[in-house]
Design a protein around this ligand. Structure first.
Ligand SMILES: [Zn+2]
Length: 487
């Protein structure tokens, strides 16, 4: 036991997360209900140390049941006993930020990795591949890092819900989640950030979908809202943290992300496929803003400028123009009894130049497409039926974990005609692939999934890239420019 605790303390010292060794040791003695011992330097694999410590804790009835969710929660508590407190972390971040913002960001990122808040070992097991589409490369990943909920966890969650708990956060994004035992947040550290004179908080995502995947959440629990102010928040962020892109999910169901009830953005140190897409048409410069229509399946306008005032002013005008634009021939209808139009914006700043990507969205449904007209259509639902949010709109598919096994089974069916009942939803697709005789390895099958993802993105575009769609989008951009000039 003492060797394990010493292994943990040695790790904490090596990673510089322990500031007071004696205090850290005392905290662990209390947590594990053991007697005092002498610290010794013991280098050991941290994941093995943690695993053994969790087994001991379970046997001592320090947590229950022994599910991966409960183990994650207790592991977060163990790290909390040796790492800087939320207030210490905020103070260090602020101190570093005053002299070098990149160093401050790096500090929070490394801390989140070292205390296993970011589940880097699990995310490294995700499957990832690239598909060369007609728009350039698309990226796909099957996310295996989010643990599936055990029925025992669900039963326990119900039990807790029935107890009165006054100060519970209203959702998983609320700042009140920091340093909470539920959802394994004892080792979560967040830092405040002022954007456009408003209080926000910056933290990392535990199940990173891309490098240094960060979340910026509003101080207050309030609905996602995409407005002209959004551009100011995004611009302030890239002025503060110039190495990161930032983007916002749209604020309507179907075209937005999975969380619409807490205003937030996503950011990170990653370049997405949309940024490599080619330009279909460049428009005349308006007050030093270059305007481009991109060759991208989702209708995307790229604005490039060094002048943030003009950029946000024009983006605001474009958002307003889009909100009232209708073209019934293309099924684009701005408003019925509800508002249907919004934008997915992405911003990057490089060498003082801003590149703002505005992806036009519409969430209307009709009889033929009750899940959404500009949403994956039924024929691709066996691969993807969830919302096409910010990350996917930029060209990175996050596919459900079930696909890992289903693709292995699917390949066995193509190759050796071994049929598994889980393949029912894929049967037509697999039969067509069988007949085509194009799939000779599991990698070939992954490429076929890439093809499906390209279709998913085609379905999500409001202006299709055929002549009619391109002309209509061209007209929309020209009108927007002309009305801006008259202002
Ligand atoms: Zn919330």
């Amino acid at each position: 036991m003492n060797d394990l605790i010493n292994g943990l303390l040695t790790y904490g010292l090596n990673k510089n997360i322990i500031t007071d060794l004696n205090q850290a040791k005392q905290n662990l003695i209390t947590l594990f209900e053991i007697s005092d011992f002498e610290y010794q330097h013991i280098d050991n694999d941290i994941f093995r140390v943690l695993d053994s410590l969790l087994d001991i804790a379970y046997n001592k009835k320090l947590f229950n049941p022994n599910t991966s969710m409960e183990r994650d929660q207790f592991e977060a508590l163990i790290f909390d006993k040796i790492m800087p407190s939320p207030n210490e972390t905020k103070a260090t971040f602020k101190h570093l930020f005053n002299s070098d913002e990149n160093q401050a960001i790096k500090y929070l990122y490394n801390l989140s990795i070292d205390v296993n808040y970011i589940k880097s070992k699990r995310t490294s097991q995700n499957l990832k591949w690239v598909y060369q589409s007609s728009y350039g490369k698309l990226e796909l990943t099957i996310n295996l890092s989010k643990p599936e909920k055990d029925p025992k966890d669900i039963a326990k969650a119900l039990e807790i819900k029935n107890q009165v708990n006054g100060d519970s956060p209203q959702c998983v994004l609320c700042k009140e989640n920091e340093h909470r035992y539920e959802n394994a947040r004892m080792n979560l550290r967040i830092v405040p950030m002022t954007l456009f004179n408003q209080k926000w908080h910056f933290q990392y995502s535990p199940y990173a979908y891309f490098n240094e995947h960060a979340i910026i959440l509003s101080d207050e629990h309030r609905d996602m809202k995409l407005s002209c102010d959004t551009f100011e928040y995004l611009l302030d962020f890239v002025d503060l943290v110039p190495n990161y892109f930032i983007g916002s999910n749209a604020d309507l169901s179907i075209v937005g992300g999975s969380i619409l009830n807490h205003d937030h953005f996503q950011a990170g140190n990653y370049k997405f496929p949309v940024e490599d897409s080619k330009t279909l048409k460049t428009y005349e410069n308006i007050k030093n803003i270059s305007i481009e229509h991109l060759n991208w399946p989702l209708s995307t306008i790229k604005l490039i400028s060094m002048d943030r005032l003009i950029l946000s002013d024009f983006a605001c005008h474009l958002l307003k123009s889009w909100k009232i634009y209708s073209n019934p021939k293309l099924e684009i209808i701005a408003k019925t009894d509800k508002i249907h139009q919004t934008i997915t914006p992405i911003l990057r700043k490089e060498n003082g130049i801003y590149a703002l990507y505005l992806i036009l969205r519409n969430n209307r449904t009709n009889k033929a497409y009750p899940d959404g007209i500009f949403h994956p259509h039924p024929e691709v639902h066996h691969i993807k039926k969830e919302n096409i949010g910010l990350i996917e709109a930029m060209g990175l598919a996050i596919l459900p974990g079930r696909l890992k096994t289903e693709l292995i089974q699917g390949y066995a069916y193509i190759k050796d005609n071994i049929y598994h009942k889980d393949l029912d939803k894929h049967k037509d697709w697999l039969d067509a692939l069988k007949r085509s005789n194009q799939v000779h390895s599991i990698e070939d099958l992954y490429q076929e999934v890439g093809k499906k993802f390209e279709e998913v993105l085609n379905h999500s575009g409001v202006f299709k890239l055929d002549n009619q769609g391109k002309q209509a989008m061209d007209q929309f951009i020209l009108n927007t420019i002309n009305t801006y000039k008259k202002m």
